[in-house]
Write a protein of this length. Structure first.
Length: 354
């Protein structure tokens, strides 16, 4: 699976320039609203130093990291859900993403005009929240009449209709759908509506370069990830060794991209396992708690359907013992069955028969 994150924010919060820096993709970043109309989409590798360590052992022909897709839409404004600033079109572009990341302006550059003429992070967050809620209410207002007709023909449709009405009532009270305590069955019932407020939210605080260590207020119960778009832009132009030196000079332990992806994995309950050999060393993204057949299915559905067993070693053993042979000789290469819960960093080789 490849993680997909939609990036939202008001105009001129530094969202597009941050997207350009994180993805190293050329894009338009201007200091006026609606500089971009179509979404920018960038695929970036998930930073993971474990891949390099595995490659030192297996000397693969290629190294393939896990990837994250970022979808950057144009800045939203109040009234976006009703089409203000072409907002409806923009919001449609992130309905299929796994999570939404909101860039919130904390930086103070007077040369970059703020759409509301002042830097007020909480006001910006409230505006975006309102627009996402209103957009979902509009979706449900269209869906509920259809669901009412389906409910008359199908018992399952009754549950779906009741769930949709429950969510609509919560949205009217200004609660995001994700916070309504829906059961797994209720979530499944409305999944095809792709409600924006059902998606987990991440927050980036776009701070001044000298404020990377500033104390940030909580947003929706979480501390936003502090990132300086200016620093990320500088890092994106450097070679890896130069970037590492630059971060050391600034006292930064990891890039903003790395922090953002790690936070996204934590929020969404994701982890990585590896396959490694002479052909390739590769990272695969799976949910925390996934069992071996489910992990195999990420490679190919046949692997899951015909799963027999998985030869597994922990990352620590694999590196310490010098690879598969060392693990086998030391009795640290395990044979795991269908009930094995995959651990972060496991190196796995699947046996299957279709």
């Amino acid at each position: 699976m490849s993680l997909s994150i939609g990036i939202v924010g008001l105009p001129n919060v530094g969202k597009s320039s941050l997207f350009t820096a994180l993805t190293k993709k050329t894009g338009l970043a201007a200091n006026y609203p609606f500089a971009t109309i179509d979404p920018n989409v960038g695929m970036v590798p998930v930073p993971d130093t474990r891949l390099e360590e595995l490659a030192k052992i297996d000397h693969p022909a290629k190294i393939i990291p896990a990837t994250v897709e970022f979808v950057d839409i144009a800045g939203l404004v109040a009234g976006a859900s009703q089409g203000e600033g072409l907002g409806n079109k923009f919001l449609a572009n992130i309905r299929e993403t796994d999570a939404i990341c909101e860039v919130v302006r904390f930086f103070s550059d007077p040369n970059v005009e703020h759409v509301s003429k002042k830097v007020d992070p909480q006001s910006d967050v409230d505006t975006i929240k309102t627009e996402l809620i209103l957009a979902d209410m509009a979706t449900l207002e269209k869906a509920i009449p259809r669901l009412e007709k389906e409910a008359k023909r199908d018992k399952d449709g009754v549950f779906k209709l009741e769930t949709a009405k429950k969510v609509y009532a919560g949205l009217e009270e200004e609660h995001r759908a994700l916070t309504l305590g829906l059961s797994d069955d209720e979530k499944a019932a409305i999944k095809d509506l792709c409600l924006l407020t059902m998606k987990p939210m991440l927050y980036i605080a776009n701070v001044d370069e000298d404020k990377m260590d500033m104390e940030l207020p909580e947003i929706d119960g979480q501390i936003p990830v502090p990132i300086s778009a200016k620093i990320e832009a500088d890092l994106s132009e450097l070679e890896p060794d130069e970037a590492a030196m630059f971060m050391e000079e600034l006292g930064i332990k990891e890039s903003g991209l790395s922090r953002l992806i790690h936070e996204a994995y934590r929020l969404l309950g994701l982890q990585s396992y590896f396959t490694s050999g002479p052909d390739e060393t590769r990272a695969w993204t799976i949910p925390v708690g996934a069992k071996a057949p489910q992990a195999a299915g990420v490679i190919h559905t046949d692997f899951e359907r015909g799963f027999i067993k998985a030869e597994t070693a922990s990352y620590e053993d694999y590196v310490r013992l010098g690879g598969e042979k060392g693990c086998r000789d030391a009795g640290r290469l395990r044979q795991e069955g269908k009930e094995y819960v995959v651990q972060d960093g496991d190196i796995m080789h699947f046996k299957f028969n279709v």
